[in-house]
Design a protein around this ligand. Structure first.
Ligand code: WT7
Length: 651
């Protein structure tokens, strides 16, 4: 967490025209303040319920909330069927664009047929509500179809980012005891097919935790490459799902039925399976998508550039937009294939009006140069969004000028895998947004910036920096960590147990106007290009290498990726004579293979010692100082401050 040094004095209110047509304004805050539960009940009525709820919120089992108690609804019906029934079957739901340039336009009627087929096939496999399904797919339409088909049947999906390693996939499959894995033969990456099914084979063949839970592997044909086949276990999507009836009658699920598990990094090496349920989640995903993005169904062309492997893809590609009958772009590939014009060509071609991406993408565009967006007609853009990490004011202004035509409001949206949906953001038709600030909690959401003891810093005079807490339950909040209620309690609730607040793990600043600035993680979690990676996870991958005796990892600030991973390793006596450059290359490759290329360290320093406190804790703050080339901070609690000179000399 770092405090911005640059003073920000500019603020950007919406234009009068934008404000006049906006979905939400001041009345929304007033309604939420007048009666919070009534406000959320009103939002839940955006959805269609098979059975109405009896109680809006039951917090008696805190910290596990129940929202819309007794209510029943089907998520897939809300995202698909009801739009077809209302006469919008011919509206395009998904303009899908493949990396090699192939395209598919999928209407809501098409989506209904596809989801029904998949649901019929899953049923024929004997899968029943409550079973878990792992989805390990690139950004192909079948990924969205598979998620919705699971939702339709009450199968809890666990989407695993297709960039994750076989080891990471296997640990997630085992933790959730998934019965089915859905994957593809391969995925396109910069014009080349990369294997994916082979990664599943590897994952399922390695020793895991207990007996293998997977019975079937369903494979989408995407690249056409040859794949190894295990008869009896592996089946092709086009030979099974595609053969099913396009009709399927859905049943309402309990509002608290687990919709999905999504794994995210915590402060220990083991990822946490964040559990989200049905009614509250969909309510907040749809509510935020409608107001934060000012979305107009049938008019806007919406594009969220995330991958479905992350929560942003769940809430703002699949559930929120489809519940709101969006027409959206889903792009399979990388932003610089075949060249850096790709995103802007898509925006211009498809007249994209709402564009939601991560600060790291904006900074990459900046690096590529303003002449690239300038070469395209981006006049369709009317709103821009940012998510995943703090956006620096310079990038914010560049985004607004060069992509937003100096007119589009920017919504800087703060939230987390755990919160399920956006928690803090400007309201685009109302807020005078400051570059780099998430501004404040949305209507219906409560947040505070407090000190160690829980004193509200907003009560003081002027600026304050502290910890971000959420002091009221919210509909899309996580309901726990899969299989580990104790870790749920310890990670989020023990810190402010007395007050009963959720500790987000982020530091934040409140300015003199009461605007919130999220500064970043205050725990041992790094944020690299908007991806959350724990220092412990990378350390454990490093010490998995036979040449490493000890490793310490820190996130150092990086001009493009927000943070870069910097590792300090002590080699074993056996490895001490090896060529350092070779060892460093090997270790980088090891981390890519064990976790994912996104976790590959930017720098690895081989050092003779690590700085530790008297109690044996590695002093990461000092390592961060070294990694960022700063003067050393206070070293008085070090066992032997002299070791640090040795480290610095080699770093
Ligand atoms: C962490 C959550 C939310 C979906 C993508 C990431 C950081 C997220 C912002 C923002 C400053 C942000 C926080 C948070 N973060 N959005 N607008 N401004 N920081 O989800 O992987 O669960 O990571 O991302 O540090 O705790 P995630």
């Amino acid at each position: 967490m770092s405090t911005p040094t640059e003073p920000v004095t500019d603020a950007y209110p919406p234009s009068a025209e934008f404000a006049a047509q906006a979905n939400g304004g001041a009345a929304l805050y007033e309604a939420a303040a007048a009666d919070r539960e009534a406000f959320w009940a009103e939002q839940a009525r955006r959805l269609s319920w098979d059975t109405p709820w009896e109680q809006v919120l039951d917090w008696s089992g805190a910290p596990v909330a129940k929202w819309f108690v007794g209510g029943k609804l089907n998520v897939a019906v809300n995202c698909v069927d009801r739009h077809v029934a209302a006469g919008f079957g011919d509206q395009v739901a998904i303009h899908w664009i493949g990396e090699p340039g192939d395209t598919r336009d999928i209407t809501y009627a098409d989506l209904l047929a596809e989801v029904s087929r998949a649901a019929n096939y899953f049923t024929s496999l004997g899968l029943v509500a409550g079973d878990r399904v792992a989805i390990y797919l690139p950004m192909v339409p079948e990924a969205i179809v598979a998620m919705l088909a699971c939702a339709r049947l009450g199968l809890t999906h666990s989407v695993v980012f297709a960039g994750f390693s076989p080891t990471a996939l296997r640990s997630r499959v085992d933790d959730a005891r998934a019965r089915l894995v859905i994957t593809a033969d391969g995925q396109w990456r910069r014009g080349k097919p990369a294997g994916l099914k082979s990664a599943v084979d590897e994952a399922l063949a390695m020793p895991g935790d207990g007996e293998l839970s997977v019975e079937q592997v369903l494979v989408v044909r995407r690249t056409g490459q040859d794949v190894p086949w295990t008869a009896g276990r592996d089946v092709w999507w086009h030979e099974t799902v595609a053969e099913q009836s396009p009709e399927h009658t859905a049943m309402g699920m309990d509002a608290e039925h687990p919709l999905f598990i999504l794994y995210t990094s915590g402060t220990t090496g083991k990822p946490k399976g964040i559990v989200h349920t049905t009614g509250g989640y969909l309510t907040q995903a749809a509510y935020t998508h409608h107001y934060v993005f000012d979305h107009k169904p049938g008019v806007d062309v919406y594009w969220c550039t995330a991958d479905i492997g992350w929560v942003t893809g769940h809430s703002y590609i699949v559930y929120g937009p489809l519940a709101n009958r969006a027409t959206q772009i889903v792009y399979e590939g990388t932003p610089n294939y075949p060249d850096e014009h790709r995103h802007f060509e898509i925006i211009a071609d498809r007249r994209v009006s709402i564009y939601y991406t991560a600060p790291t993408m904006v900074r990459t565009f900046m690096k590529w140069g303003a002449e690239i967006p300038a070469a395209h007609d981006l006049s369709s853009i009317r709103l821009l969004g940012s998510v995943g990490e703090p956006i620096n004011p310079e990038a914010w202004r560049w985004y607004r000028t060069n992509i937003g035509g100096d007119r589009a409001p920017i919504v800087d949206t703060w939230w987390q895998t755990e919160t399920g949906a956006i928690m803090m953001s400007p309201l685009p038709g109302l807020t005078a947004a400051k570059p780099g600030a998430a501004m404040g909690p949305l209507p219906g959401i409560a947040a505070q910036v407090v000190d160690e003891d829980g004193h509200d810093l907003a009560d003081g005079d002027g600026e304050a920096v502290g910890y971000l807490v959420l002091d009221q339950p919210w509909p899309a909040m996580l309901r726990g960590i899969w299989g580990d209620p104790q870790r749920y309690q310890e990670t989020y609730w023990d810190r402010y147990a007395e007050q009963g607040w959720y500790f987000a793990g982020d530091g934040a600043r409140i300015d003199a106007d009461g605007a919130y600035w999220v500064l970043g993680r205050v725990d041992d979690v790094m944020n690299v290009s908007g991806h959350r990676i724990s220092t412990a996870e990378v350390e454990s991958a490093l010490v998995g290498h036979s040449g490493v005796a000890e490793a310490a990892v820190v996130g150092a600030s990086d001009a493009t990726t927000g943070q870069g991973i910097v590792a300090f390793v002590i080699l074993t006596a056996d490895a001490a004579d090896a060529d350092p450059a070779t060892v460093v290359q090997e270790l980088k490759a090891e981390v890519s293979k064990e976790i994912s290329p996104i976790a590959r360290p930017r720098d690895i320093h081989i050092v003779p010692e690590l700085p530790k406190t008297r109690s044996g804790k590695i002093m990461r703050r000092l390592l961060r100082d070294v990694a960022e080339g700063r003067e050393l901070g206070d070293t008085s609690t070090l066992v032997d401050p002299a070791v640090f000179d040795a480290i610095r000399a080699q770093a």
